[in-house]
Write a protein that binds this ligand. Structure first.
Ligand code: PAF
Length: 252
């Protein structure tokens, strides 16, 4: 497994593998089974798999959330090495933002709803960094988890809007047996918090009305950011022990 830190280094390696099918899994580190399921799929479906680890500051509107993001580069590399990933792309801010974030990709509608409503600028940061990563890595396929369903839909729009030559592969949410969607942020919860957090999925996938679901979450101890149905999907973001958790389910 090669660790690549700069665009120049990647270009040298890319020139040797550009005729292979390249799968790409962008991450911010703090790897868990949700990420490894994407990586395994990429390894199955491509000849080369590249994983990026870049804790992208431009998508954090809350400094404290960025500073306390639970990721450890050495631990993540051990996981990736075991999985037989070919390349890890781990750039610094200066590598990704030579423009110091003067150039930004924005979407004007869906990005303003749900997570975008309370995290101003969040999706600008996501769309901009993913566009940069796609332009650098030039993957054939890129893998994203459906836990961040709004992010996935916005990236799908980005690919269409800018005629990007990459296929996005959405991958199902990986859950604990309790139903809790895997997330790096779960590591910030106490043992008791983990138990309560698993109620999100139980509640949103129950047969109750939207209003009842909201009240059930509040009674379980969550502070609701939003619980919203758009088309046939129910989206929720809620705080527990100061940790922001998101989930979504497709409604029948
Ligand atoms: O989903 C994530 O981990 C991030 O938003 C992504 C896609 C790696 C961009 O920083």
């Amino acid at each position: 497994m090669k660790i690549i830190k700069t665009v120049e280094q990647w270009k040298e390696n890319y020139s040797l593998i550009k005729n292979y099918k390249i799968g790409f899994v962008p991450t911010m580190g703090g790897l868990h089974e949700g990420h490894t399921s994407l990586i395994r799929k990429s390894i199955e479906e491509n000849q080369i798999t590249v994983v990026s680890i870049y804790l992208n500051p431009t998508q954090f509107n809350d400094k404290n959330d960025l500073l306390t993001y639970p990721a450890n580069f050495e631990d993540d590399c051990k996981i990736l090495d075991k999985l037989n990933v070919d390349f890890v792309f781990a750039p610094t801010y200066d590598v990704i933002y030579p423009d110091n974030y003067k150039y930004v990709i924005s979407e004007k509608e869906f990005s303003k709803l749900l997570c975008g409503a309370t995290r101003p600028g969040h999706f600008d940061g996501v769309l901009t960094v993913v566009m940069k990563l796609f332009n650098i890595i030039k993957p054939n396929n890129a893998y994203f988890g459906e836990k961040d369903y709004q992010q996935y839909k916005l990236l799908e729009g980005l690919v269409k809007a800018f005629f990007l030559d990459v296929k996005l592969i959405p991958c199902p949410i990986i859950r604990e047996d309790s139903g809790l969607a895997l997330s790096s942020r779960n590591r910030k919860l106490s043992k008791e918090g983990i138990k309560i957090a698993s109620k999100i999925h139980q509640i949103i996938s129950s047969d109750n009305s939207l209003e009842d679901k909201e009240n059930m979450l509040i009674n379980a101890g969550f502070t609701i950011d939003y619980i919203t149905q758009i088309e046939k999907r129910l989206y929720v973001a809620a705080f527990l022990e100061g940790v922001r958790l998101i989930d979504n389910v497709e409604l029948k």
